[in-house]
Design a binder for this molecule. Structure first.
Ligand code: ZN
Length: 137
């Protein structure tokens, strides 16, 4: 049911600063930015072939990305897998006894439906499952 790595989320203090590396030096392009109020975060997407880098900048010192950086420093914050049917996947994982942060899909950046698994279940890596309407990207 997993199709590919959809994106890798990287927590940064400043998207503007990080863009200097990713755009000017690595040649990627930010194709969209968006504020996700629910997660207290600004995101920037940089497509890289079949997947994307998602830069995450906190908009609130109490937000999850700010807390992540305070505890662990900047760096990879989560790994997102593309799935065909998020609700079905969550139901199957729940039935198998996997601990979930989100038992129901919620709204993510770019109009995606997303849900996070509990990092205790995924060997310390926060895993996001992501379903998109425009499944071509
Ligand atoms: Zn993500």
């Amino acid at each position: 049911m997993i199709k590919k790595i959809d994106h890798i989320g990287i927590a940064v203090h400043s998207i503007e600063q990080a863009a200097k590396l990713y755009e000017a030096l690595l040649g990627l392009k930010i194709t969209a930015t968006e504020v996700v109020e629910e997660q207290k975060v600004k995101v920037a997407f940089l497509p890289t072939g079949d997947s994307e880098v998602e830069l995450l900048e906190s908009t609130d010192p109490e937000g999850p990305v700010a807390k992540f950086i305070a505890a662990r420093g900047e760096g990879i914050q989560h790994l997102a897998f593309r799935v065909d049917n998020l609700e079905e996947m969550l139901a199957a994982l729940k039935a198998a006894g996997v601990r979930l942060i989100d038992e129901k899909p919620r709204h993510g950046a770019g109009g995606a439906k997303i849900a996070f698994l509990h990092p205790k279940e995924t060997f310390g890596t926060l895993v996001e499952l992501c379903e998109r309407k425009d499944q071509e990207v």
